[in-house]
Design a protein around this ligand. Structure first.
Ligand code: HEC
Ligand code: HEC
Ligand code: HEC
Ligand code: HEC
Ligand code: HEC
Ligand code: HEC
Ligand code: HEC
Length: 356
């Protein structure tokens, strides 16, 4: 027998969530053509506090298909389970039992455990094929809660203003702000009009229809394999990146070491010193006493944005320290003139300043 609460829930869900016609905009989980057992598929015995958690999700979106009576035989179900077994992944199955259906993100309790369940990123009732974030609640503006439209807003729920960010993590919302002196163009077009290394179809400003001047988290974060399901679930590459990127100092330069950057920035241009006259010298270094002294892009550039300098300059403080006069800074000399100066100490070399 259906309990009264259940009937009310069904009624509320039915009225606020009208079933859409079949097709790409249908909500497959609450469409009986897709899941013939309806709500009971996940709410076994009608427990509305839980729909089986992330384990329940991979009973269909996992390595093997569920028994045929549970899903429409035409449904395309990708294997998400294997993504979460990769070395670098969201901690969906590593941190369990922390998510609460009524939680409000960004987290305001600095001691709360960090987690990322499937349902933090996908609303099980409202998700569709074309909008996998449909129904995920965004940030609070006054008394109302916005809906997630852009991928970056989803990510900022946990990688932006959360008070429980891990020790070394930075606020990504602050780094991507279009008010910064420089940023990778995720929230809008960038400020630099002379990014001489850009490969087609990437452009500083969109002028031709084929130009791409705005990129997304997903252009850099996601599976290492283009045949995997979409999304930043897991990757063989560190930081869940689509390509390898070494952040290490004294790394010998190669197409693989900085493959991520070379996807969009021409390696020949960067190593040919078309912008920064000493790029090649720093990136490749030379072998002295059997040790390579080249360094990563990461030693000088932030991958996301810089709150205080142009050209994404943000020095890696593990390697770079203040100059002999106590300064640590980069200053540009003239706009797009490819000239500037640095005050710092690196690999024992004082820059007080050094200019190009
Ligand atoms: C694909 C699995 C799945 C199906 C099918 C499903 N649900 Fe859910 N439901 C969940 C999960 C998972 C949660 C927990 C969500 C959370 O913790 O954020 C949930 C939570 C709920 C809740 C608690 C409040 C809320 O929205 O978080 C209600 C009420 C609910 N479901 C009703 C229904 C009804 C009614 C149906 C059928 C029309 C249905 N569900 C079908 C997975 C499902
Ligand atoms: C009983 C099987 C079943 C369960 C359990 C289930 N799903 Fe699905 N899911 C489906 C089917 C079927 C589709 C539609 C696929 C199609 O039509 O090709 C779908 C579609 C989706 C989509 C839209 C993208 C796509 O591939 O179409 C997302 C996102 C998704 N599910 C996430 C989840 C999450 C998160 C959970 C756990 C809360 C979950 N699913 C639980 C069967 C299931
Ligand atoms: C519900 C919270 C949540 C959401 C939403 C979320 N993440 Fe995460 N993410 C985490 C947690 C928890 C970790 C584990 C490390 C940590 O605590 O930051 C993580 C780890 C990562 C890492 C690896 C970090 C490392 O140090 O290796 C990347 C990259 C990442 N997330 C990107 C994204 C992107 C891109 C989005 C948006 C599409 C996103 N995340 C949305 C919670 C979330
Ligand atoms: C998916 C494509 C893409 C990838 C991958 C990429 N970039 Fe960029 N990058 C761009 C675009 C587009 C711009 C132009 C922004 C503008 O016009 O200000 C840009 C601009 C820059 C700038 C100049 C920013 C400014 O404001 O002066 C630097 C520095 C930079 N990228 C470094 C990197 C590094 C380092 C990597 C690897 C970690 C990388 N990029 C990976 C697309 C990419
Ligand atoms: C141009 C490529 C690029 C784009 C676009 C990009 N990232 Fe990253 N991200 C990286 C690289 C490279 C690293 C590893 C080095 C580092 O930490 O900067 C990284 C590291 C991270 C980390 C782990 C380190 C930390 O500070 O917590 C998180 C989380 C993250 N990115 C989230 C995001 C989110 C969210 C977006 C979109 C709003 C995004 N990234 C867009 C390249 C990118
Ligand atoms: C940190 C956020 C996050 C978590 C956690 C997460 N997803 Fe996703 N998922 C995404 C994003 C972002 C996309 C892709 C959006 C895009 O690129 O269009 C996606 C895409 C998908 C798709 C569509 C894949 C395709 O190629 O059509 C399915 C299905 C899916 N996720 C299921 C799941 C399941 C099941 C879980 C838990 C086991 C899960 N996701 C956990 C963020 C997340
Ligand atoms: C020693 C510090 C340093 C290192 C290491 C470094 N850069 Fe730069 N980079 C700079 C400076 C300084 C500029 C600004 C040049 C100017 O004045 O226009 C710059 C500018 C850029 C630009 C914008 C102009 C252009 O060429 O399109 C890109 C893109 C870029 N760097 C990518 C990279 C990549 C990719 C790597 C690693 C393979 C890297 N950089 C390593 C210091 C560095």
């Amino acid at each position: 027998m259906l309990k009264l609460a259940t009937i009310i829930c069904l009624f509320l869900l039915g009225s606020t969530v009208p079933l859409l016609a079949a097709g790409q905009n249908a909500r497959p989980h609450i469409d009986r053509n897709s899941l013939p057992y309806g709500c009971g598929t996940c709410h076994v015995g009608f427990d509305f506090n839980s729909g089986g958690g992330s384990e329940g999700c991979v009973s269909c979106h996992g390595k093997s298909r569920p028994p045929r009576e549970f899903v429409d035989s035409n449904a395309v179900l990708r294997d998400l389970e294997s993504e979460f077994k990769k070395r670098y992944r969201h901690p969906t199955f590593d941190v369990r039992g922390v998510h609460k259906a009524n939680e409000v993100l960004p987290e305001q309790n600095p001691r709360a455990s960090r987690h990322a369940d499937c349902v933090d990123c996908h609303n099980p009732h409202l998700t569709t094929q074309t909008n996998v974030f449909a129904g995920i609640k965004g940030k609070r503006v006054g008394n109302s809660v916005t809906e997630i439209v852009n991928e970056y807003d989803l990510c900022y729920l946990c990688h932006g203003d959360s008070l429980n960010l891990p020790g070394r993590a930075t606020n990504k919302r602050a780094e991507f702000s279009v008010n910064n002196p420089s940023f990778h163009p995720v929230e809008g077009e960038g400020k630099n009009l002379a990014v001489i290394s850009l490969l087609k179809p990437y452009r500083e400003k969109k002028t031709d229809p084929g130009d791409v001047s705005v990129i997304s988290c997903r252009d850099c974060h996601g599976s290492e394999s283009s045949t995997s399901p979409r999304g930043p679930h897991g990757s063989a590459n560190q930081y869940i990146l689509v390509e390898n990127f070494s952040t290490r100092d004294r790394e010998p330069e190669s197409a693989t070491a900085y493959a991520l950057c070379y996807r969009c920035h021409n390696r020949t241009s960067i190593l040919g010193d078309e912008s920064f006259r000493f790029h090649s010298q720093h990136i490749k270094g030379k072998v002295t006493v059997g040790m390579n002294n080249g360094t990563s892009c990461y030693t000088c550039h932030n991958s996301h944005g810089s709150v205080d300098a142009k050209y994404l300059i943000r020095f890696n403080r593990d390697i770079v320290s203040a100059s002999s006069s106590g300064l640590l800074k980069f200053t540009e000399k003239g706009t797009s003139a490819f000239r500037g100066e640095c005050y710092l100490t690196c690999h024992g070399v004082d820059h007080n300043p050094k200019s190009y």
